[in-house]
Design a protein. Sequence first.
Length: 636
Amino acid sequence: MGLASQTPWSAGRSSSADHDGRPDDDDAAAAHRSTFEDFVAQPSLPFALSARPFNFTTVLLSSLPNTSERRAEAASRSAAAAFLSDDKKSEAIRLAFKDSWDAYVQDAWGYDEYHPLSHSGSNWSKEGPSGYLIVDAIDSLLIMGFKQEYERARDWIRDELDFEKDGRFNVFETTIRTLGGLLSASALCTSHALISAHCSAGDSELFLSKAQDLAERLAPAFEATSTGIPLREVNLKTGESFEDADNRGLASLAEISSVQLEFKTLAHSTKTFRWWRLSERPMSAIRNALRTGASDGLLPIFINPRSGKFVLSDVRLGSRGDSYYEYLAKQWLITNRTEDVYRDMYDRAMSGIKKNLVKQSTSSNPPLLYTAEVVPRFVQGRQGPVWSILPKQDHLVCFLGGNLMLGALSSLRSPSSSSSGSSTANADWLRRLRTSDGELDNTLDQSDVMHANEVEDWALGHEIIRTCYDTYRGTRTRLAPEIAHFRMPHEENASFEDWYIKQPPIDAETKRPAAALIDARNILRPETVESLFIAYHLSGDPIYREWGWKIFESFVLHARVKQSGAFANVVDVMGSGPDGKAELEDRMETFWLAETLKYLYLLFSDQDLLPLDQWVFNTEAHPLPVFKQPFPTSFD
């Protein structure tokens, strides 16, 4: 629905696995001559707004979770008490982590991935293990206080982890998981008074040394192009770099713009400007594409890494787009809010998302709010693409709720006001906002509380979280699907449900799905509980803990492997076997230990364990410290 002008962007296609309705190769090739500059020269985005437009302020502020009962509850307790840990629940989550870790240690120690049903492991490279799981999880071990397990993981990193691997490694994944994990462990052993007690002398230096070694091996991927945009893969031994052959050599927006926190942290930790500059060059290309102001801060998901030109492709906050929008605010935050270019880019992007991508469901009252995708399609006989709205939201998008709330609240505080007493200050801000039923208290100076735009972002953040939680409670297993498709007003039976899971056709002979249940899977993703953690630790509203606990209970009921205590991916969140349990896939994602359980644990922990004004979490949930004196940002 929602078509639009035929303004061309440029060429290129994402993989066929991304979604249905891809243009034919010939059509895409014919459009290859068009560039992103052709697009941004237009006065506005080439797609229509929702068929059911709504007033953000009216819809959002009326739905803030500020009932009189909650206000009374909040008033009856001190600001600090609102953020105390729930020891019983945090310990239950900690034990789930321990069971998962112990099963991995017993069955697949040292391997990059764990297969809990077959009690085996596998590596991402034929050259042997690269530390993906162990390094990804080591800061979780520190945060949860598993000293003995941490020491074994540290010893493996010291004695076994070797990046001299003659194989191709994904630059983005290796950066966010391995480089980020090493830098986080190093920082926790140095900068955190409580957590560092689990570390031994020399641990921080060990992790930082390994991080420097890895960064040197990743650098050739950035240096292979004149733009500084990294190619997708690199041989860690030879430095040879490789384009993404599956997508015509194009690079994805998320991958090139979600390595900055890690390389900037390395630059700050080693006082080496080279790493800062390395991470800034891809952002320079992005900044150049945004300079005209015509794109509403939104970008296609593919860019040519050699020319630095964006190409004709979807606009979305799901796969290949997500962490670009996540890292805009976080790049500003990690520089102690001194690099305003990133805050400006973030504000423009959030404005564009609200203007063009946020839609509302057809049935619920109040409606569910979600972010749609904008898709170029080709029609025979017409020049250029026709743009349409695809009402589909990946679970990946659920990061947005917490990100919006973090961006809204962080705009209130100047860097000089940050302190170790931030939990009480945050609670005081939110207590004043919450007692106003979503309206600015006219007894307060407006500069002392959120401005209208920040209130809107805060409320939208809550609504996105509510929608994401609805995709959990709306399935048979109470676990969210990988992808939810939302009903459009013109669809038949649109009034019966707000969203659904797209199912593949049934094979006539086997009576089973003719293709993999991609949309219906739950692979233990962290994005919803990440947003719940952020929302609770900024607001103290107990509803976020309540939702998080229900999600954890569903994981335990349906994703836990009875024999070992490990957890595995769920094949179909709408299905169940004779025992009422879901069918499991033989895989436990590394982010189950690195992200999902970490965020759940932190959700029920004391807010001051990792204050959000002092630590910034990368997209793999590795906490990195805010810089005291960052290098300056300077775009070409």
